[in-house]
Design a protein around this ligand. Structure first.
Ligand SMILES: NC(=O)c1ccc[n+]([C@@H]2O[C@H](COP(=O)([O-])OP(=O)(O)OC[C@H]3O[C@@H](n4cnc5c(N)ncnc54)[C@H](O)[C@@H]3O)[C@@H](O)[C@H]2O)c1
Length: 447
């Protein structure tokens, strides 16, 4: 049997017997839960992260993600989990899964620096027969045009990626993460895992590995197809959210409740899927990923007009919220300048501890610029400091004495809030999420 075939069947049997060592790079919202899934299946997992505080927290049996209790980390430790910042350990891994950030830079262009740094760091330690999988969301072509060349250039023994079955080298695949944080209706293991290998052996090995933690794997013909699949899913969401955000503004002018319309429309058993309007897009995915594709499209002299238009509508939503808040104050003979407003919810969506790209941050900054004295409350964030795009430096205000605010602005509809009490005690409630549905009160402004 040729060396390459022997190595891949050895890896397959190590996966089946759970002897395969799994390395997950990036212990964030994606990598940490993934590590737990492999740990539950008795794999010995090593978590690699450049953030020393995360490595220390994990090795002390602690979690920094609210929905993951420390007890789960302790359980994983019992199954052999360790966190480290030392990349030399890559050589001991059989499979290496990369889950590092893929943000946009200040010019709204893909920032692949985290993937590039990771690739440079692991390249020297790669050995024949290993499987490298990229999970970070990115434009079609990243795996073959960016990841693989860096891995090959940096390898000490001149090892190359396997491009044809039978070759000797390391295997490479792309497999997008499809998690929906805070969504408890679908278990993570029930979300089918799309896999695009550089060649059939990589796909087969990645399917064997993911098949141990997911009920279904969906092999596609190439890494670029898998990369594009993830983008299609997120662009579909982005465009449909933009559509309802635009219709919300029209319905507002026409005196129609968009949420009532959506509830009625979704009774249709086919051809319609409900998307909900809100104060703007948030999170690491929907506001960012579509622009990875529009950037790449330019290389092909192509303009992705749906993405651009959706981006325009969605980024305009925080401004619409400010306009509606100003009109609400105006009805009480007040203006934004000099008023006191309490913003409810910093997280980009309900019941999660993630404020990346959250519209609350933009709304708070816009209110401040308009001369508003802003306070916030969010059970998940006792304080908020400085991020990539904001500098707020604020402390969470208790939900007390609500009448002191000229308006209370619901931006995130956390389930722990008592909306009846909030409406009863506030002068004006501006509701961007339909959180006050079913509450009849004249001080509610839907927006
Ligand atoms: N959060 C989600 O719900 C979600 C869903 C689907 C896909 N994704 C995609 O998954 C990827 C990761 O997202 P996330 O939300 O987990 O990000 P995150 O910021 O929560 O975690 C990324 C982790 O990578 C670490 N890191 C950065 N550079 C590193 C390096 N060179 N070596 C090792 N570790 C490094 C960071 O310290 C951090 O702990 C992104 O591409 C994102 O678009 C995220």
């Amino acid at each position: 049997m040729p060396l390459s075939t022997a190595l891949s069947s050895e890896l397959e049997s190590r996966i089946a017997s759970r002897e395969a060592r799994v390395g997950v790079i990036g212990m964030g919202y994606v990598g940490l839960p993934l590590m737990l899934l492999f740990s539950e299946q008795r794999f010995r997992v090593t978590g690699f992260d450049v953030d020393a505080s995360k490595v220390e927290a994990l090795n002390s049996g602690n979690s920094y993600i609210v929905r993951i209790p420390g007890s789960e980390i302790v359980k994983a430790q019992a199954a052999g989990f360790r966190a480290t910042a030392a990349y030399a350990g890559i050589a001991e891994m059989d499979a290496i899964i990369i889950c590092v950030p893929t943000p946009l830079d200040q010019y709204h262009q893909p920032d692949l620096s985290y993937i590039e740094q990771t690739a440079r760091a692991i390249a020297p330690h790669l050995r024949a027969g290993q499987l490298v999988i990229l999970e970070s969301t990115t434009y079609p072509g990243t795996t073959e045009e960016v990841l693989v060349p860096i891995l090959e250039a940096g390898n000490r023994s001149g090892l190359r990626a396997v491009r044809r079955p039978g070759e000797t080298g390391f295997h490479v695949a792309f497999s997008p993460e499809r998690e929906d944080p805070g969504n408890d209706t679908v278990a993570r293991c029930d979300i089918p895992k799309v896999i695009g290998g550089l060649e059939p052996t990589a796909s087969a090995l990645a399917s064997a590995l993911y098949g141990t933690i997911f009920h279904r794997t969906v092999p596609v013909s190439s890494p670029a197809t898998a990369e594009m699949t993830k983008l299609l899913e997120n662009i579909y969401r982005c465009v449909n959210i933009a559509l309802v955000n635009e219709l919300k503004q029209l319905c507002d002018r026409m005196g129609i409740d968009i949420f009532e319309v959506i509830d009625a429309a979704k009774t249709k058993p086919f051809g319609y899927q409900a998307f909900y309007p809100g104060p703007g897009l948030g999170g690491h995915c929907i506001p960012i990923d579509p622009f990875y594709l529009s950037w790449k499209a330019k290389q092909f002299d192509f303009r992705t007009r749906f993405i651009e238009l959706a981006g325009e509508v969605n980024t305009g939503m925080p401004y619409y919220v400010i306009e509606k808040t100003a009109l609400a104050l105006n009805r009480h003979k007040k203006c934004l300048n000099g008023s006191r407003i309490l913003v409810l919810g910093l997280a980009y969506k309900r019941d999660i501890d993630d404020l990346r790209e959250s519209p609350s941050l933009t709304i708070i900054e816009l209110l401040r610029k308009a001369g508003v004295e802003v306070s916030y409350n969010d059970p998940f964030f006792p304080t908020v400091g400085r991020g990539r795009h904001y500098d707020l430096n604020m402390t969470c205000t208790p939900l007390e004495n609500l009448a002191q605010y000229d308006a209370v602005l619901i931006v995130t509809d956390h389930t722990s809030y008592d909306y009846r009490r909030i409406v009863a005690e506030s002068q004006i409630v501006v509701d961007t999420r339909n959180a006050t549905k079913g509450i009849a009160a004249t001080n509610i402004v839907h927006c």
